[in-house]
Design a protein around this ligand. Structure first.
Ligand SMILES: Cc1cc2nc3c(=O)[nH]c(=O)nc-3n(C[C@H](O)[C@H](O)[C@H](O)COP(=O)(O)OP(=O)(O)OC[C@H]3O[C@@H](n4cnc5c(N)ncnc54)[C@H](O)[C@@H]3O)c2cc1C
Length: 480
């Protein structure tokens, strides 16, 4: 006969020997998704505890606080959070404007965390999650055991918290992808770390501006972050002679390289690509296509030379900005039985809906607790982390995910199964720049809805005769 599981000591106000269902649902991360999850749980009268590694709500968002979001306020506030905030007199900032990351954190995330009060614990890093007394391989009574969440505080103190469920909303911000096209750091990348950054530079900060002004900077990547970096460096170039970017793309330039432009249903997102194109057109950046960096060689004059797998060498640069995507940190979940797609590292059922081989258009099907579940019942990866390495995550996706997941945890399956998400389309499809395989019979005209993008001649093309120059533009797509 199975014994009911029990908690072993009082932690966060939970009664000694309480049944597992009386334990809190632990949320990892006080970012937009984690706080929304806590708001939904609180709204349902369920115990919750948010564990945040940083010193404030939205710690990761604050690190890119200088970046303006392409979403408007109306797309960045979770409905359950708004319900919690309203009685405090809080109102949504002007719904039609796009906040900066700092605005999002200060005007929404922190007030929300403040309403949640001691349900949010800062300076608490989750270092491990498992089942109480059961490592990954033990089956016996596994589902009856509460989760055990191991934490480390800012002063180094370690603790264990028991939980009835774990919602991992820890994002991907702390684990940027390296330069190498094979997913590994380029040879010499670590040694060059003093001049390699993985963040969009805050060029309004005088110290950061001094680092890039008058310098040659390689910008590696093909998403919204790379567009933003190229556009901001072009602004600096207007005032600071000698400022120049070399934009390194792993694949060729096509009609979709700069995003959907005016066809993007989020106009500010479309504008990012157009600003990057303007930087190239104005001569502030040269685009180098089909360049898969293998080595970074230090020069005698402190410069860095990027060498591609095909042997091409670029003119030396002073700085390198790497914006090749983010990836999930799964290390602290290794004792759990997760079902993850082997390519994207996203939940198995969700992965096909967001696979950048098929979708960059934002036509992600509404999904919730079923697509986000794992063989290990009661654990969910949500928010940015749920997308694994796929690049098209939007905050409103995360809000819908946690609405569904928390309804399921409350036993409200009817609500959990309800479909409540319509996402704006990017205006392009057929690959988001994450993958750089040539078009094949399988991908050609594939994707979900678009005409084939045309090749655009712009900037510095790969030398004639190289594999990159001959690589066809990715084709197919889903929405244009
Ligand atoms: C530059 C940039 C611009 C973006 N612009 C938009 C936009 O315009 N519109 C849009 O919809 N989306 C945008 N996004 C995507 C997405 O909405 C945001 O990244 C959003 O912050 C994701 O929220 P999250 O809560 O899932 O993760 P995060 O915001 O990354 O929050 C995760 C939290 O978990 C904490 N944490 C991490 N590890 C641990 C741990 N082990 N223990 C405890 N805490 C931990 C972190 O400190 C952090 O506070 C943008 C993303 C970036 C990077």
């Amino acid at each position: 006969m199975r014994k009911p599981s029990t908690a072993v000591k009082t932690i966060w106000g939970v009664t000694v020997n309480a049944p597992a269902t009386a334990l809190p649902a632990v949320v990892i991360g006080a970012g937009p998704t984690g706080l929304a999850a806590a708001a939904h749980l609180t709204g349902r009268g369920m115990e919750t505890l948010v564990l945040e590694a940083g010193p404030a709500a939205g710690t990761a968002v604050r690190e890119w606080g200088h970046v303006r979001l392409f979403s408007t306020w109306s797309e960045l506030v979770d409905p359950a959070a708004e319900k919690l905030l309203s009685p405090t007199g809080w109102t949504t900032p002007d719904g039609g404007t796009c906040p900066s990351g700092a605005d999002w954190a200060e005007k929404y995330l922190q007030p929300l965390a403040d309403v949640l009060g001691d349900r949010v614990r800062y300076g608490t890093t989750v270092t491990g999650v498992s089942r109480l007394g059961r490592d990954r391989i033990v089956d016996a009574d596994r589902e009856q055991q509460p989760f055990t969440v191991r934490t480390r505080s800012a002063d180094g103190t370690e603790a264990r918290i028991l939980a009835r469920a774990v919602i991992d909303a820890s994002g991907t911000w702390s684990t940027p992808s390296p330069i190498g096209a094979d997913g590994l750091p380029a040879l010499g990348e670590h040694a060059a770390s003093a001049r390699v950054s993985y963040r969009i530079p805050d060029l309004k900060d005088p110290a950061v501006r001094a680092r890039y002004a008058g310098k040659r900077t390689a910008v590696i990547g093909s998403g919204a972050s790379a567009f933003t970096a190229l556009a901001s460096l072009a602004d600096v170039a207007k005032d600071e002679p000698g400022t120049h970017s070399v934009w390194i793309l792993r694949r060729g330039i096509s009609g979709s390289t700069f995003g959907g432009g005016t066809a993007d249903q989020l106009p500010a997102r479309g504008a990012l690509g157009l600003a990057a194109k303007a930087a190239v057109d104005a001569g502030h950046a040269d685009a180098v296509t089909g360049f898969r960096t293998e080595v970074i060689e230090p020069g005698a004059d402190d410069s860095l030379t990027l060498v591609a797998e095909d042997g091409r060498r670029l003119d030396p640069v002073d700085e390198v900005i790497v914006l090749t995507g983010l990836r999930p940190d799964l290390s602290f979940l290794s004792e759990l039985r997760l079902g993850l797609d082997e390519r994207l590292q996203a939940p198995t059922e969700l992965a096909p809906l967001i696979d950048p081989n098929q979708h960059s258009c934002g036509t992600v099907y509404p999904h919730g607790h079923r697509e986000l579940s794992h063989p290990e019942q009661g654990v969910y990866l949500v928010g940015m982390k749920s997308y694994g390495r796929a690049p098209t995550f939007l905050a409103m996706t995360g809000y819908e995910q946690v609405r569904s997941v928390t309804a399921a945890l409350a036993g409200d399956i009817e609500s959990a199964d309800r479909v409540e998400l319509t996402l704006p389309e990017t205006g392009v499809c057929g690959g988001a720049g994450l993958f750089d395989t040539p078009a094949t019979a399988e991908t050609d005209g594939g994707g979900c809805c678009a005409p084939e993008p045309s090749l655009v001649q712009i900037g510095t093309a790969a030398p004639a005769g190289t594999a990159a120059a001959e690589e066809p533009a990715p084709a197919g797509g889903c929405c244009a």
